[in-house]
Structures are given as structure tokens and as C-alpha cells.
Design a protein around this ligand. Structure first.
Ligand SMILES: Nc1nc2c(ncn2[C@@H]2O[C@H](COP(=O)(O)OP(=O)(O)OP(=O)(O)O)[C@@H](O)[C@H]2O)c(=O)[nH]1
Ligand SMILES: [Mg+2]
Length: 458
């Protein structure tokens, strides 16, 4: 049981429209009641759950009025932490909120540690660990796709899948335990169970296969805009940003250094990198730029290759495409405003790569480009989006990989006819790794690490 009552500023510090002091614990209502003077009616203790009261916060020692506030009371277990929660909504001044916080600390609350409210929600069983982590994911989401995945996690989509796998695995394990404990009565483990194990393994592998997409969602996509000089790379960056960020000129070799900006493309957070036009050059500054372009290409998740529809495809374009062929590539035929609507040459050049005709000048085709980014990253898995969970955290991937190893080794041991107790050891380990994800088998130090990433007050 958690004994003490914690408190913290739950809104960002500084000036704001509102500043909230949040309390959680068995004494939350009593402590807030000591400093709160209702405008009308009875004190906080008589307040119904999930209602608001208007009143003044007064320092009982000096009698000084600190702020006029709205106080909400949410009795456990129907609250964020599953404990009694009080939120004091102050006028958003830095000093007033600090004074209110001081008062609740003086009257018996303890300052909360980072993530402690959410940690309590986990410890009280209102959220499992994957859901608690999803709270942070929701807060930090920087793209609509990322937010969608985070909300699915928060609502337990991943946890349900993990629990299903874990339940099946526990069933197999129980069969082994029974066979080991009562060999006479039960006999050897049924061959059908290895089929179950293979299915569980396939489930774990399915989750792992979503990591690539999940990683791109959580970390953002690094997109390099590459192409010959003067094809309109910087113009494209500016057009996507809606801002004159990079210098544009009709002199080939304008961009000498890489320029990086973050923006949303197709629902993904992208770090867009404009690079120096790629060509053989004797200019030493320009050749440094070209080297940097190559570096940007090497570390990019996606290459946006720009070609010039007006000049048409040239030998240099083919060389560049050859150099980027191990990446996700989208070919953008730029300056479509200058040519007719015949894109045969572009299509032939693109071959199997997706392509789109655009104009950085008029903005034509940019929506289609964003759509292609989305399709390419989702890799035709758009249907997965809604019902299949996505792995977005390194911690979850690591646990799943460990689980996968032990499952494989258990299946292998079985096929070799090795003893049951040996197989059971692997199965136990596999179950435990699944449990680490949802927090059923998680150690204290791991919890410390996870929740220290949160801000105070969450
Ligand atoms: N008509 C037309 N002109 C464009 C378009 N995009 C770019 N341009 C022009 O093409 C020229 C080169 O554009 P930049 O964006 O500087 O080309 P870049 O690929 O960044 O060139 P470097 O930095 O030299 O490699 C400029 O004069 C632009 O105004 C377009 O869609 N239509
Ligand atoms: Mg440029």
C-alpha cells in the first residue's frame, strides 16, 4: 500500500492561462480542505466526486489570500492514479501556483517525483506498464501517426496482444509442468503443444516486424533531398516548409552545406535535409558540400530524389539513382509547370520506384508526394494501422527479441528430443520477457528508469 499523499505542479511552470496543483493520496482531500475556503456551501470533504468548487486559497497561518481557484475532487478508484485526487486550478501565475504548492506541502503532502502520479496509476493496477509508457508517448507525439499509435497503446491494444500470447504460452508451460510433476498420470507433453508454440512464436515475430515502422514513428523519418544541381531541391524544401528557408537561385551549385528542418509529411515527423547538388566538381567548397550530401544519404531513411522535367533525365541522374538504391526512394519530377503533362520519361526512369510530378514553384503535386511518403513507410500495411499493434519502444523490442530467442530454442530442443525440464526453462524465460512489457515481471530499477523520463506532475 502507498501511504503518503503526493503533490506537484501539473502544468508547465511559468505564466499561463491556468496553473494546476495536483494532489494524490488518501489525505489529498483533507490537505486541500485545510487551505481551501469555498465561496458557497460546504467544504471539500462534502464535495461529490468529479465535481468542481469555486473558492479562495488562504494561508491558514497568516490568513493571507493567495488565489481564487476552482478545485476538482476525484475519489479513487475512478481517478488518474486510482487514489483520491484533488486538482487546484489556479490563475496561471508562477508565484500563486508556487505558494499554493508550498501550502499543500506544509500541510502534509510530499513533493511528487517525476512520473510518480503515473507510477501510482501503474502500481494501483489502473494502467499496465506499456500503457503507462504510452502516457509519455502521447505527451511527446509529434505527428498525427505517432499520436494515433500512442493512443492505441494507451488504450491497451499492445497489452491485449501481449496478454494473449502470454496466456497461450502459460498454457503450454502448464502442460510441461504437469508432465514433469506427474509423469505417470499425465505422460509426455502432447505434440499439439508444439504447434501452439510455433503460433506464439509467429505472433511475437509479427509484433517485431512492426518495429521498423514503429521506430520511424517514434524517432521521426530522416529524409534527404538529393539530385543534380539546379533541379529545385532547395525550392522543394522551401515549398514543403512554406517558408524561404534555403537560398534558391538559377546558378547550379547554390547550396553548399546541408540544411535541416523538421516538418510533418504524410502524418510522419520528418527531418528534411536539403543537400548540395551532386556532381563532379573542381570547386573545393562545393566538393565538401557534395561529400556532406553523400553522408546525409548514407544515414537517411528515405531519399527524395529530385529530377528536372524541363531538362529531362540526364546521365548524372542515373548515377545518383544507382547510388541510393538501397534506401526507400521517391522520385520527384520537378518543374512540371514548365512542361506538358507527359511523364513517360519520368516513369521509365523511376522504374519500380514510386514517382510524382511536382512543381516547387506552384506547389502542385506536393500533396501527392506526402501521400507517397505515407504509403512507402507504411509499406502497404495501411490496414495494420487500426487493429494490429505497433512496437515503438526499444524496450519492448528488446524484450520481444529475447522472448523470440527462448521460444526458438525451446522449439529446437523439443525437435531434438531434449528433456522437458530443459524446454521448460526456456518457456519460463519467454513468459517473463513478455511480462516485462506489461509490467507483471518488472524490477524496481527498471520502473525507476522508465518513470524518471516523465516530468514532475505527470
Ligand atoms: N519554373 C519552375 N522553376 C523552378 C521550380 N523549382 C525550382 N525552380 C527554379 O530552379 C532554379 C534552381 O532551384 P534551386 O531550388 O536553387 O535548385 P537546387 O536543386 O537546390 O540547386 P543547387 O542547390 O544548386 O543544387 C531556381 O531558379 C528556381 O527558381 C519549379 O517547380 N518550377
Ligand atoms: Mg539548393
Amino acid at each position: 500500500m502507498i501511504e503518503d499523499t503526493i503533490a506537484a505542479l501539473a502544468t508547465p511552470p511559468g505564466e499561463g492561462g491556468i496553473g494546476i496543483i495536483r494532489l494524490s493520496g488518501s489525505q489529498a482531500v483533507a490537505i486541500a480542505g485545510k487551505i481551501f475556503n469555498p465561496r458557497q456551501g460546504t467544504g471539500l470533504a462534502a464535495c461529490r466526486s468529479h465535481t468542481l468548487r469555486l473558492g479562495l486559497i488562504r494561508d491558514p497561518g497568516s490568513g493571507e489570500t493567495i488565489d481564487e481557484v476552482l478545485v476538482s475532487v476525484m475519489y479513487g478508484p475512478h481517478s488518474y492514479t486510482a487514489e483520491d485526487v484533488v486538482e487546484i486550478n489556479c490563475h496561471g501565475g508562477a508565484l500563486a501556483t508556487a505558494r499554493v504548492l508550498q501550502l499543500v506541502l506544509r500541510y502534509g503532502a510530499r513533493l511528487a517525483e517525476p512520473g510518480e502520479f503515473t507510477r501510482r496509476a501503474f502500481l494501483n493496477g489502473r494502467l499496465d506498464l506499456a500503457q503507462a509508457e504510452a502516457v509519455l508517448e502521447v505527451i511527446r507525439a509529434r505527428s498525427s501517426q505517432g499520436l494515433q499509435a500512442a493512443m492505441a497503446h494507451l488504450q491497451g491494444q499492445l497489452s491485449r496482444r501481449i496478454n494473449e500470447l502470454s496466456t497461450s504460452l502459460t498454457g503450454v508451460l502448464a502442460a510441461f509442468e504437469a508432465s514433469m510433476d506427474f509423469p505417470e498420470e499425465v505422460g509426455p507433453v502432447d505434440q499439439e503443444k508444439i504447434q501452439d508454440l510455433r503460433q506464439i512464436l509467429a505472433g511475437v515475430e509479427g509484433l517485431l516486424s512492426s518495429w521498423e515502422e514503429g521506430r520511424l514513428l517514434s524517432e521521426g523519418l530522416k529524409v534527404a533531398i538529393v539530385g543534380r544541381p539546379n533541379v529545385g531541391k532547395s525550392s522543394l524544401l522551401n515549398a514543403l516548409l512554406n517558408q524561404e528557408r534555403a537560398i534558391v537561385s538559377n546558378v547550379p551549385g547554390t547550396t553548399r552545406d546541408t540544411i535541416e528542418e523538421t516538418l510533418q509529411l504524410g502524418g510522419f515527423t520528418c527531418r528534411l535535409i536539403d543537400t548540395a547538388g551532386l556532381r563532379e566538381t573542381a570547386d573545393s567548397l562545393e566538393s565538401i558540400g557534395v561529400a556532406r550530401s553523400k553522408e546525409a544519404i548514407a544515414t537517411a531513411d528515405l531519399v527524395l530524389m529530385v529530377v528536372d522535367l524541363q531538362t529531362g533525365i540526364q546521365e548524372e541522374d542515373r548515377r545518383i539513382l544507382d547510388a541510393v538504391n538501397d534506401k526507400y526512394v521517391i522520385i520527384a519530377g520537378n518543374k512540371k509547370d514548365l512542361v506538358g503533362a507527359n511523364y513517360d520519361e519520368l516513369a521509365t526512369f523511376a522504374g519500380d520506384y514510386p514517382y510524382v510530378a511536382i512543381s516547387a514553384l506552384t506547389g502542385a503535386g506536393l500533396d501527392a508526394l506526402a501521400q507517397q511518403v505515407k504509403e512507402l513507410v507504411l509499406g502497404g500495411r495501411a490496414s495494420r494501422q487500426l487493429d494490429e499493434p505497433l512496437i515503438t519502444r526499444v524496450r519492448h523490442r528488446d524484450a520481444l527479441e529475447k522472448c523470440q530467442e527462448h521460444l526458438r530454442s525451446a522449439i529446437e530442443a523439443w525437435e531434438k528430443g531434449l528433456p522437458e525440464d530443459l524446454i521448460a526453462v526456456d518457456l519460463w524465460a519467454a513468459v517473463n520477457y513478455l511480462g516485462e512489457i506489461t509490467g507483471t515481471t518488472t524490477r524496481e530499477d527498471l520502473l525507476d528508469r522508465i518513470f524518471s523520463d516523465f516530468c514532475i506532475g505527470k
